[in-house]
Each structure stands twice: as C-alpha cells, then as structure tokens.
Write a protein that binds this ligand. Sequence first.
Ligand code: ATP
Ligand code: MG
Length: 403
Amino acid sequence: MAEHIDQPWLHRPQLQALLALLNDGEGEAKIAGGAVRNSLLDQPIADVDVATTLVPSEVVERLKSAGHKSVPTGIDHGTVTAIIDGDAYEVTTLRADVETDGRHATVVFGTDWEADARRRDLTMNALYLDADGTVFDPLGGMQDVLAARVVFIDDATQRIREDYLRILRFFRFFAWYGKFRPDADGLRACAREKDGLEGLSAERVWQELSKMLAAPDPVRAVLWMRQTGVLSKILPESENWGIDGIHPLIETEKERKWEPDAVLRLMAILPPMEERVASATERLKLPNSVRDRLLAWAQLELPAAKTKQEAFARFLYRTNNDQAVTDRLRLAIATSDADAKKRRRQLKWLKRWQRPILPVRGADLIAAGMEPGPAISERLSKMEERWIDSDFALSSEELLTGI
Ligand code: ATP
Ligand code: MG
C-alpha cells in the first residue's frame, strides 16, 4: 500500500519553504486533511492545510523573521494563514478539544499528533503528510479512503454530538468519495441525531450542502439524506415535492457535458414555486447571487416547447435574464423526454443569441422635436414594443418617422 505521495503540488517551493520554517528546531509541521486524502486518490486538491505543534504566536513570529506575511484568520482556533510569495496556506496548531456544546469547541493547543487526529471527523480526513511525502496515518484512514469507506472516527454518535455539522459532512464526503452503501453505524447515528442540525448556523449548513451538491454524482448521497430524514431537516421544501429530478439531471449533465452546478441541482430537488423557494432561501440565508438566481428561476415560465425562433428571441429579450432561461431549459431537457429535443434547440438559440440594442435613444426624440420630460421614456417604451414586435427589424428612421 502506498505510504509515500509524490505530487507536483508538494514540490512547490513556497510550501517547502513553509514546512522547512516550521519544522526547524523545536517544532513539527505536516500537511493535513483534504490534500492528503485527495492525493491518495489521485484527485485534484482544493487547498493545502498545514498542522503544526508550534503555537500560533510562534508561527507568526517565524513567518515574520523569514520575511513572510501572516493573517490571523482564526487565531482563537489556532489558525494562521501564511502568505508566501503569493501562495496562501492555513497553518493550524494541533488541538486537543476539552469541552464542546455541539457547535463550539473550547480549544487547547497540543503537541500530540494522534490526539489531533482523533478530534477530526472522518478517518479519511485524519491523514497527514511530511514534507518529503511520507504519509502519517494514525487511525487507518488510508485504508478507508482507498476502499471508499466514509466512516467516523471512533464512536459516530459521540463525534456528531461534538459538532452536528458532521452529519452533513458525512454525506458530503460520501457523495465525493464513497461507494456502495454508506457506513451503517454512521447512517444510523445521523438519523438518530438529526434534530441537532437545527442549532447550526445557516451559513455552515449551506456551505456543506452546496459542496455535497457539487460532487460529480451526488444522487445516492441525496437519497440517503432523504432516507434518514436529514434532507427534510435542512430542506423541508423538498419533502412533498420529491427529489426525483436530480437523477435525470446528473445523467443529462454527463451526456451533454454540462459542468456540475450545485445550484441547478438544488433546483432539481425544490418545487419551482416562489413562496417555497423564498422560504428555503431565507432559512438557509443563501448568498444574494444564489437567492436571486433561485427566485428568478422559480418566477420564470418558459414559452411552449414548439415556440419558433423569432418568438423565442422576443421572449429572451423581454425576460432579460439568460441565466434563468438557461436553468429552466436545462431542467426541462433533463426531465421531459417528449420535449427534450425542442428544448435543446432553444438552448442552442439562447447560446448564440445576442441581445439587440434599441436603435433609438432619448436624445434622438429630443433632436426630433420632443420636449425633455417623462413623456420621453413613455414614448421610448412604446417604440421598444413596436421594435420587439418587428423582431428587432425596425431601423431608427422607421421608428422616428411621424414623431
Ligand atoms: P476540501 O477538499 O473540501 O477542502 P477538507 O477535508 O480539506 O476538504 P475542510 O473542510 O477544508 O475539508 O477541513 C480540513 C480538515 O479539518 C478536514 O479534513 C478535517 O480533518 C478537519 N475538519 C474540518 N471541519 C471539521 C469538523 N466540523 N469536525 C471535525 N473535523 C473537521
Ligand atoms: Mg480543505
């Protein structure tokens, strides 16, 4: 079994410089978490997190004396972001949690690598890597990662009670790295402890939910979330609607080579009704861009599948929201076999479509003799309507005649 990792990212001079700095004299540092896990799977990594036995003030001090900047990102939790020649690395001091209320842990710093591993969530996330690529695997996470087993460290219920977000992390990591059925103990514990999700901040919930939905194929994770009642806890709007839309969407994404899109996948499990969508966006405190996109999608109605190109162009112009039309079309393509071909054609029109610009402006009306004032914009709107009805053919001369 591989106990050595050799990946281009490990050779980055900035990372090597950071590790050398922290491993000097008293002090040890290793890469921790996702970068190790993903490298064992030969998958791309998101970011490189570093764990160290040095306390945060010492980390800051060493960076400073070597001429590097640091940002006290989460200094209370022992996290400092090291900035080295344009690279950013989160450096976190080993921890041993003493107290927890299911959301916040009181943190004491430690120097014991195995204790640090035990306070993480899943065995596959309790992996470390030395600067030379040697894997340190105190809890057997490597076997689990290679066997696609997503399992909590030690007792699942206890892990969850320390931080209920771990329920969602269990499903997120299952979506990305799991195979077969989820671990039975973990699943049971998630189902039993799901009420604890109510105490989590909306931001943390969305962060995990969106990462879960962004997995290459989150269908089974979503099904298990529904099965355990976890989905209804965080997304009750999906309950009487069904989540059956997500499976055909994933299939269609693969077939049509659409990039995985967490928000589109969320749409596939939400009813396209304004109030329900509004209630979900408020409860989950979704970022404005996501909220706006969901609401526009819920409000929009597509014209019939048989709509001709000219009428469709008029619809696009009036709607003036290509994203909402794309979302509606993609979901329609995924879910309605009968119309899929016509909807695909409309999507193609949309891609090639360029929003035409009304060839008349207020200044033209004034030049033609109209008094400046509110009548101008009224007149412009009427002209715009005539122009749209002409399929954007009328020229400025034609629009301005008879003023
Ligand atoms: P990604 O590739 O998405 O960044 P990651 O494994 O690095 O995945 P992060 O959320 O960045 O995940 O967390 C980094 C590491 O910190 C995890 O691998 C895990 O060991 C630990 N961790 C993060 N959040 C928790 C949590 N809520 N409970 C326990 N351990 C956690
Ligand atoms: Mg990470």
